[in-house]
Design a protein around this ligand. Structure first.
Ligand code: CA
Length: 401
């Protein structure tokens, strides 16, 4: 990838078929086609204050805060483990090895390590320059889910202690989610409780599959039981598709943010819905990024097929009648965020489908440029009331900020 492909400040790309006046200067979608599937693009290496030029922070002129809720963080210890595992082409994590292997070969990896593990240095500078008041930080994919059980539990604790310490230094600017290790569901539930009650964290992040397993398996439900009891939402964040799913994604390569992330996370959400987990934990909230990983667009067809083909024809023992339709669970138990999705028409579609109380602002720093995200949302044709909900009050409600 050439620097010119990723440097927005000098971008001369045609706006292409996705041109929209609401995204000035450049087309994020067009640009994204150059970033070969990796959310972990070299954007992260270039990102920062320069991206924010042209956006006036003017905090005193706003009657709302901008709270960004899917903001990536990773302590150096986990970064280094991922680098080692990616370079060893970890056989049971083909997606991680490919995506992170590419990232680790890019120039500036050490700078990226510094940026993603930072809390109140470079990160705060980006927030100030773009008018973002609060970032909700979380351990980015693949998180602790690459480790064997005992190490995963230990690294989740380390990450949460470190994150809580970082937040304490600037509590008016940062909040965070606890990392948990589904490899040990009982310990994950305990760590979620510790994170919320002792460390002041606001929920949990789970980076989709754990060694190919999905959370619809009841062996994981202690995590949901704890989350519901604590009124703590779970951010179901994407990662590269599970080992059984990834093969046909690889050639082009489609396993990253280009499509694989959404395919993996969307599948995970539907497995959860159809498992009946929300019948057992009706007050559980799942936060779902990237405008709902495509599900708002598909939800009426999913409902029709579930009530038609799946219930009437499927012989799968797991295809059973739920108390409600898939659409009902998606509307009531999920909220979506705008992370990495700045195209006006897509955001407005998500807003319309989910309703004004169920869509939250997110950037996905440092993988996506904060200035572009703020600029796009500022230009949405929303009422002042709905804009404040999207930027501030929905996040405050969902994460008890
Ligand atoms: Ca992310």
């Amino acid at each position: 990838m050439k620097k010119s492909d990723i440097d927005r400040s000098t971008s001369k790309q045609s706006a292409g078929p996705f041109s929209d006046h609401s995204i000035p200067k450049y087309s994020a979608l067009h640009r994204r086609s150059f970033i070969k599937g990796a959310a972990l693009s070299a954007v992260a290496l270039q990102t920062g204050i320069a991206n924010a030029t042209g956006v006036a922070p003017a905090p005193n002129k706003r009657d709302y805060k901008r709270i960004a809720v899917e903001e990536s963080w990773m302590p150096p210890e986990i970064f280094d483990d991922i680098r080692d595992m990616a370079s060893a082409k970890a056989a049971d994590e083909p997606g991680m090895a490919m995506l992170w292997g590419e990232v680790m070969r890019m120039p500036g990896t050490n700078k990226f390590r510094e940026i993603i593990s930072d809390i109140s240095g470079h990160r705060l500078g980006v927030m100030d320059a773009t008018g973002i008041d609060i970032q909700l930080l979380s351990l980015t994919a693949p998180g602790v889910q690459i480790y064997e059980k005992d190490k995963a539990v230990a690294m989740a604790r380390l990450a949460n202690d470190r994150l809580a310490d970082g937040i304490k230094a600037k509590p008016d600017r940062f909040a965070g989610l606890a990392a948990v290790a589904p490899q040990d569901p009982g310990e994950a539930a305990k760590e979620l409780e510790r994170g919320v009650t002792k460390l002041g964290l606001k929920g949990a992040i789970i980076n989709s599959h754990t060694k190919g397993e999905y959370l619809d398996d009841p062996k994981f439900w202690a995590i949901f039981e704890a989350a519901e009891a604590l009124k703590a939402p779970i951010y179901l964040h994407p990662r590269t598709p599970s080992p059984d799913m990834i093969k046909p994604f690889i050639d082009y390569p489609l396993e990253g943010a280009i499509w694989g992330f959404a395919a993996e996370a969307g599948l995970h959400a539907l497995r959860l819905i159809l498992s009946g987990v929300f019948d057992k934990y009706p007050n559980l909230t799942i936060v779902f990024g990237h405008l709902g990983e495509g599900l708002p667009f598909w939800i009426s067809r999913i409902d029709a097929q579930y009530n038609g083909f799946v219930l009437k024809r499927s012989k799968s023992p797991r295809a059973r009648k739920l108390k409600r339709s898939p659409r009902d669970y998606f509307m009531d138990n999920f909220v979506i965020t705008t992370s990495g999705m700045n195209w006006h028409d897509e955001v407005m579609f998500g807003h319309k489908v989910m309703g004004p109380d169920k869509i939250l602002f997110a950037v996905d720093h440092p993988f996506e440029p904060a200035g572009e995200a703020v600029e796009a949302v500022d230009r949405l044709p929303l009422s002042a009331v709905d804009l404040k909900k999207l930027y501030q009050t929905n996040a405050e409600r969902v994460f008890s900020l």
